[in-house]
Design a protein around this ligand. Structure first.
Ligand code: NAD
Length: 488
């Protein structure tokens, strides 16, 4: 269905500092109404070729600027996005389905901070030098930007994750061709309008909109793009590895998760319960770091479950632009069906759905009847082998199961293919260090969730990814190092 009252928003690619129309377009939906409201370029090889060419042309000048000059431009861009924060937040909420509150307090502030953070951190890197006095040699390392970086990002945190790649890539002196998710392209397009004002030379940042299969793959296969930074699903990452293998490309892969929260008997439940609700249901559960397996020690299991379910029922689902709403719309009709199907499978296997999908009724405002909404859902008595405990659901669904010993819970928490983020709740200092060391997980949060210092590495192990991103890690990924030896 088409929203007749509003004119359709039509996006254009941003290549060499200019907005350029495309010959064909994809419909983009407002997830909270089910209406098509935007048309996104359906780019392919030709558009990617033009963007890579523009990025290649811009590289010599951009890469030879000093870190300080680049830093000033990144800071200016941060200021410009911050100045328009409300407009960006409104657009992100409408395009993605997330609540306006989340977009205002998480997505857009973080996009601003990504630019500020790398504007600062780029000024503080040093290289190594060693001396071999006996043979009269000094050795030193030198780092240089790599070239044209291909950046591919997902739909869950659109501008947040795209800028997490663009900022370090250009801070290091690379030029980029970015391909946001075809489902959430609007805020990237809005950012393009600010680049010239920030002082960014034409061609340093190019954005090509379109699908993964066409635009994404053209970028991955382009011989003049030596590095690809990708955030998305594990399945797509496998395809990207295959397609880039003939070119031996450098890859950074940030992928899915099946993140455990481990709640010991001595946990402070007054902290643990509200935080675990957020870690399960924030952004509709559409964050790679969301908790979806909650292991609770037997002594507090029934109390935890009772309080957790009571609180989950208070989460308000509805119009994302209502500031009192906690859960917005899921990204698409297909995704909603997929998330729902996991709840049905759990029920068929004999698990108990304690609240949410299929149990409670969801009353939606009149304008949102066709939106892709779902209640926060808690499933208990589900087996570790069940697909609900093994596969990434990526929606507002979390499983709660009991455990007895520390040894047992570590083994069970590690028994999935993923290894992105884990949360441990306990007041025993010795135990949290022991457990944290043994969890197969790129990030472990103890008595908190989603507290990040961008200086430190972010990323997953096992099927959750290859490589890390952060101040030092992104710098290493986006630069090429050389060892130089001088005999005197
Ligand atoms: P996706 O893999 O379907 O798509 C991600 C991006 O890749 C999109 O821009 C898409 O168009 C593109 N793409 C798809 N096929 C491609 C191909 N063959 N070649 C090149 N590009 C292609 O993922 P999604 O559904 O958009 O996002 C959800 C997934 O992202 C979840 O698995 C989630 O866990 C993961 N994620 C991971 C992190 C992290 O940092 N680890 C962060 C957010 C999301």
């Amino acid at each position: 269905t088409m929203a007749h009252s509003e004119a359709l928003l039509v996006l254009e690619n941003f290549i060499g500092g200019k907005f350029v129309p495309c010959s064909s377009y994809i419909d983009s939906y407002n997830p909270s109404t089910g209406d098509v409201y935007c048309r996104v370029p359906d780019s392919g090889k030709e558009e990617v070729e033009a963007a890579v060419k523009a990025a290649k042309n811009a590289f010599p000048v951009w890469s030879s600027k000093s870190p300080l000059e680049r830093s000033q431009i990144l800071n200016k861009l941060a200021d410009l996005i911050e100045h328009d924060l409300e407009a960006f937040a409104q657009a992100e909420s409408k395009d993605q389905g997330k609540t306006i509150t989340f977009a205002r307090t998480v997505d857009i502030p973080r996009a601003v901070y990504n630019f500020r953070f790398f504007a600062s951190s780029i000024l503080h890197h040093t290289t190594d030098c060693t001396e071999m006095a006996t043979v009269g040699c000094v050795h030193y390392t030198s780092r240089a930007p790599v070239g044209v970086a291909g950046l591919i990002s997902p739909w869950n945190l659109p501008l947040y994750l795209l800028t997490w790649k663009i900022a370090p890539a250009i801070a290091c002196g690379n030029t980029v061709v970015a391909k946001p998710s075809e489902m959430t392209s609007v805020t990237a397009w809005m950012m393009c309008k600010l680049l010239e004002k920030a002082g960014l030379p034409h061609g340093v940042v190019n954005v090509v909109f379109g699908t993964g299969a066409k635009a994404g793959e053209a970028l991955v296969c382009h011989p003049d793009v030596p590095l690809i930074s990708f955030t998305g699903s594990t399945l797509t990452a496998q395809r990207i590895m295959e397609k880039s293998a003939p070119h031996c490309k450098r890859l950074s892969l940030e992928l899915g998760g099946k993140n455990p929260a481990i709640v010991f008997d001595d946990a402070d439940l007054t902290q643990c319960i509200p935080t675990t609700l957020r870690s399960s249901f924030a952004n509709q559960g559409e964050i790679c770091l969301c908790t979806s397996r909650i292991f609770v020690q037997r002594g507090v299991y029934s109390e935890f479950l009772k309080r957790f379910v009571a609180e989950a029922k208070k989460w308000k689902v509805g119009n994302p632009s209502d500031p009192t709403v906690n859960v917005g719309a899921l990204i698409s009709k297909e995704h909603l069906e997929k998330v729902r199907s996991y709840v049905k499978k759990a029920q068929a296997e004999g698990a108990r759905v304690l609240c949410g999908e299929g149990v409670d009724s969801l009353a939606l405002p009149t304008g949102n009847q066709k939106g892709y909404f779902m209640l926060p859902t808690v499933i208990a008595e589900v087996k570790d082998e069940s697909c609900c405990m093994q596969e990434e659901i990526f929606g507002p669904v979390t499983c709660v199961v009991a455990f007895d010993t520390e040894e047992e819970v570590i083994e069970r928490a590690n028994s999935v293919k993923y290894g992105l983020a884990a949360t441990v709740w306990s007041s025993n200092v010795g135990r949290v260090h022991r457990v944290a060391r043994r969890l197969q997980s790129g990030l472990v949060w103890t008595n908190c969730w989603l507290v990040r210092d961008l200086n430190l590495p972010f990323g997953g192990m096992k099927a959750s990814g290859i490589g890390r991103e952060g101040a030092k890690d992104s710098y290493e990924f986006f630069t090429e190092i050389k060892t130089i030896t001088i005999k005197h």
